[in-house]
Design a binder for this molecule. Structure first.
Ligand code: FAD
Length: 534
């Protein structure tokens, strides 16, 4: 009789073979006693989720490519990926018995839905006597540890965050994963006997329900591509050492930053490995740039937001979110649709939103421009609406980072200089004066000269006809006048901040006088002006 039990590693994020302690554990354990264990690395695909998750076609394709690549990389170490269809609860209820599971490992996750899912699975495992081992490896620093070292709450500023992590040691990334010694695959279960392909990776057709929405495959998914991309980005050490985010361009035709974010989001790339490689380079180049603007600083923004998000289950909404200012945003479906589909009449804004829809990635400062425009800058629409659109369209969509950055840009949390508003005209011109980026993504305006491509409303009707694009017919009139609305919105922000301050003071009347507090807030805002730049 076969007495072997099965060791399972459950992939969720962390879709990689390198630097994956939870996967490493089951391989090492199986190798130490090959006669005792089978190994089955799994990914759970819940068909119901495919229907209702806010995930666009490009991100489904990224996931599909990632799973295929993961399976190939696992086969190189003598195992494979088992993609099990069903809900996690149903899947575990079945396989714990059918496969005689004795150990389950996985990487922890801070997202509220994941915490609930994992608690349910832990309960099932406990009832069945299955041991569970978890590892916090999606981030470089364990958010819970940072919170603990900060006295029980998440650091509210980046500088404070830096001072806390300074004293925390980062363990080195793991070396190459060993191959499984016992190459004998586990015996087929009832499902496999019925259908040998039941645990195969999904095809594009299985995941992508609206293939007509697929854009160019500029950033293919997978660990192999992630490592290639990281190596390429880090090969120019002078570029790495001199990197300063504000000096990169939001509208270059080729990305001016690494585009490692989709790979970090799915864990195709270990943040710890990227960090380690980065630090090695910086050691060789002592005159390097520094956080917050350096490349190292960028990775730490990710850590900063993760730590904050880990301490607030309502991080992705305004109500009930301890970090977030309460601002009376307005609903305007027409404006929201125009923004979402790149039809605001502001070519720079529209080009960014169309690039996002087509390619799934836009530069950080381009995100700044469109997020400011939607919220406090021009349209006065809630950041939660923008967050939803990004959630669908971004390849790198990440619960903590999307919400954290939207709060920053709408001056709802972490950043409070609401009077600093991006111009939807002047900002893009700085790095792309001829408008090549607009010509690419808003081709109707391709014949407009550089002088008015950012402001087509300045062209006379006869000129618009000559350029083959008449406003109101071939391209929309601008939906708001920035020069007017942004001033009105600053006044609304001033009023909203006042109300927030009064509510806060009413809740804790014994603390400092409001005058004293205001003075302090003003000073710290000014002093962090430079430091807090992303
Ligand atoms: P690089 O400049 O090469 O930086 C390297 C890595 O550092 C990135 O891959 C990313 O993991 C991290 N990083 C850089 N900037 C930030 C930042 N501001 N916050 C957190 N991490 C950062 N990033 C996401 O990964 N997912 C999101 O859902 C997301 N939503 C955003 C929404 C808005 C409104 C804004 C303004 C920014 C958002 N960002 C998000 C942050 C940032 O824009 C992207 O991480 C970055 O542009 C990715 O490009 P890159 O990999 O070339 O970055």
């Amino acid at each position: 009789m076969d007495t072997k039990t099965t060791l399972i590693h459950w992939f969720r994020k962390g879709l990689r073979v390198h630097d994956n302690p939870a996967l490493n554990l089951i391989i090492t354990k199986a190798n130490s006693e090959p006669t005792k264990y089978y190994v089955r690395p799994i990914f759970i695909l819940d068909a119901a989720l495919i229907q209702w998750l806010r995930v666009g076609a490009n991100r489904w394709r990224f996931l599909q490519q990632t799973l295929v690549d993961l399976d190939a990389n696992l086969r190189k170490v003598n195992t494979q990926l088992y993609v099990v269809r069903g809900t996690p609860a149903a899947v575990f209820s079945r396989i714990i018995k059918d496969w005689r599971v004795s150990l389950l490992t996985y990487e922890t996750d801070i997202e509220p839905y994941a915490l609930k899912r994992d608690a349910d699975v832990q309960r099932l495992a406990k009832e069945a006597g299955v041991k569970v081992e978890t590892f916090c490896t999606h981030t470089i620093y364990n958010p819970e540890l940072v919170i603990q070292r900060n006295g029980g709450s998440a650091p509210l500023t980046y500088q404070k965050f830096l001072s806390v992590i300074e004293k925390i040691k980062v363990p080195p990334a793991l070396g190459k994963l060993d191959s499984l010694i016992d190459v004998q695959p586990p015996p087929k279960d009832a499902l496999e006997l019925e259908n040998a392909n039941c645990y195969a990776c999904p095809t594009i057709d299985e995941l992508v329900k609206r293939p007509e929405e697929l854009g160019a495959n500029k950033f293919p998914g997978g660990e192999t591509e992630a490592l290639r991309r990281m190596n390429a980005a880090l090969s120019d050490e002078s570029w790495v050492a001199a990197f300063e985010k504000p000096n990169t361009a939001p509208n270059s035709l080729d990305p001016s930053t690494t585009v490692l974010s989709p790979y970090l989001k799915f864990g195709c790339l270990s943040a710890r490995l990227f960090h380690q490689r980065l630090m090695d380079i910086l050691k060789r180049h002592p005159k390097h740039s520094k956080p917050p603007v350096s490349l190292h600083g960028q990775l730490l923004w990710r850590e900063f937001y993760y730590t904050a998000a880990a301490s607030e289950t309502n991080f992705d909404r305004m109500l009930g979110n301890k970090f977030c200012m309460q601002i009376p945003w307005e609903i305007n479906e027409e404006h929201l649709t125009a923004w979402t589909h790149g039809r605001t009449g502001y070519p720079f804004i529209d080009a960014i939103m169309r690039q996002l829809r087509q390619e799934g990635w836009i530069h950080h400062l381009a995100r700044h421009a469109v997020a400011c425009f939607l919220t406090r800058g021009d349209l006065w629409i809630s950041w939660e609406e923008g967050q939803k659109v990004f959630e669908e369209l971004l390849l790198d969509q990440d619960w903590a980072l999307n919400a954290g950055n939207w709060m920053w840009l709408s001056a709802s949390a972490f950043f409070y200089q609401y009077f600093r508003v991006y111009s939807p005209v002047a900002f893009g011109k700085k790095t792309d004066p001829t408008g090549a980026y607009i010509r690419k993504y808003v081709p109707e305006l391709a014949k407009y000269p550089a002088g008015c491509i950012y402001e087509p409303w300045k062209a006379a009707l006869s000129a618009q006809r000559e350029y083959g694009c008449v406003l109101g017919k071939d391209y929309p009139h601008r939906i708001v006048k920035h020069e007017i609305v942004h001033k009105e919105n600053i006044k609304r922000m001033t009023a909203a901040y006042k109300v927030n301050r009064e509510v806060k003071e009413a809740k804790s009347p014994k603390k400092e006088s409001s005058k004293g507090k205001r003075k302090q807030a003003g000073t710290s805002a000014q002093s962090t002006k430079k430091k807090q730049r992303t």
